[in-house]
Design a protein around this ligand. Structure first.
Ligand code: TXA
Ligand code: MG
Length: 359
């Protein structure tokens, strides 16, 4: 069941209906400023269990709890450090998830048996109205089948979860297009577990030192070299290279955010391979960045080109929709012009890397 709802002035009767579904233990997919979430009452273990079932999500992957404000977040955390208060004041509502020690009220299933809980106040009118109306914290991962591309529209949600969710609130495409930044505040210095729309530099400006796993190794996005062990990096480490390996943290799977088509970041060498595949009748999708040198396969008939925005914000907003679109078109390969390598593009490189990862 899909209900249209205004992204700026959500209809209170639709919101009340969705809140009622949540309160009786059902699942509601709803928009946030990042991607659509698949929500359940975070304090109801049986309801949260349904999220795992609907997504085919491994039980060892904890779920973010969405709350209406920082006060509500503090009530679920066993400890609320100064850094949490500062970050909440700066970025909430917004695309930052804070991992903190959990209170016993947070069911084990939400934290995947661990001692922490990920908390965030979403920056979307519909999500906030739903939280207010339901009066409960909402556990919500992205509303896609496990390891698939996250949804940025209600159509994407339906495509993956039709028949597995009680209600979908459709408020149009989400603005941000990539998931929140996940920051672990239970370690010193705080550590980024997943780069996202709030950049590492923005975090550093508020709390100073921030650790990140060692992914500034030299090998490129499609390298088959084994990844190095992660190590903590000082905050001053320049951010020049994309993530070269996934994080060793619950749920930080190497292959994730992956379309059905095989994703390949193009360079000179695999450009030739792609030409050969095209000659043999394969179909290609191409995420093209403006201002790049002409590719030899530019003119091929069996290639579907999507022009990507040249700025990180625009690119992030477009990326998942582009991947969904190319999967919908049934292409076998998706080639990607590798984006620039600076802080603003870190989350994009991370998602491209995981989308391209093969076992
Ligand atoms: O933007 C977002 O974060 C979206 C919207 C719906 O809020 N949610 C989202 O949830 O992306 P999900 O489950 O697809 O990704 C959350 C990530 C997972 O990789 C999970 O392992 C990690 O955050 N996470 C959640 N709670 C955690 C915890 N207590 N400790 C460590 N990692 C945690
Ligand atoms: Mg997800």
């Amino acid at each position: 069941m899909v209900r249209q709802v205004s992204a700026t002035r959500p209809d209170t009767t639709v919101i009340a209906e969705a809140a009622a579904v949540l309160r009786r233990g059902g699942l509601v997919a709803f928009p946030t400023e990042t991607v659509y979430g698949l929500g359940a009452n975070a304090l109801d273990a049986a309801a949260v269990q349904q999220i795992f079932a609907a997504k085919g999500r491994p039980a060892n992957n904890p779920i973010i709890v969405h709350v209406a404000d920082a006060v509500a977040a503090e009530q679920l955390a066993a400890h609320w450090p100064e850094g949490a208060a500062q970050l909440a004041a700066q970025f909430w509502p917004g695309a930052l998830t804070l991992v903190l020690p959990k209170r016993p009220e947070v069911p084990e299933i939400v934290s995947a048996g661990g001692p922490t809980v990920g908390l965030r106040v979403p920056g979307h009118r519909v999500a906030l109205a739903l939280l207010e109306s339901a009066g409960i914290p909402i556990a919500a991962p992205s509303a896609n089948r496990s390891t698939a591309v996250s949804p940025t529209t209600a159509e994407h949600v339906l495509g993956g979860l039709d028949g597995r969710v009680d209600l979908i609130l459709d408020a149009g495409p989400t603005e941000g297009g990539l998931e929140s930044t996940v920051l672990d505040l239970t370690v010193d210095p705080p550590r980024v577990l997943r780069p996202g729309l709030v950049t590492v530099r923005q975090l550093q400006e508020v709390i100073g030192q921030v650790a990140i796993a060692d992914r500034w190794v030299t090998h490129g996005p499609n390298s088959e070299e084994p990844a190095a062990e992660p190590s903590e990096e000082p905050a001053e480490k320049p951010l020049q290279e994309p993530f070269a390996e996934p994080l060793r943290s619950p749920g930080m799977l190497a292959r994730h955010y992956a379309p059905r088509a095989k994703v390949i970041c193009i360079d000179k060498e695999n450009e030739t391979r792609m030409l050969e595949k095209l000659a043999r009748g394969s179909s290609l999708g191409w995420l093209r960045l403006p201002g790049r040198p002409a590719r030899e396969f530019s003119e091929a008939a069996n290639i579907k080109v999507i022009e990507m925005p040249p700025d990180a914000t625009g690119y992030a907003a477009r990326l998942y929709a582009a991947l969904h679109e190319l999967d919908g078109a049934g292409v076998e390969y998706i080639v990607v012009d590798s984006p620039p390598h600076d802080d603003a593009w870190l989350a994009i490189h991370d998602r491209l890397r995981r989308a391209a990862h093969t076992e």
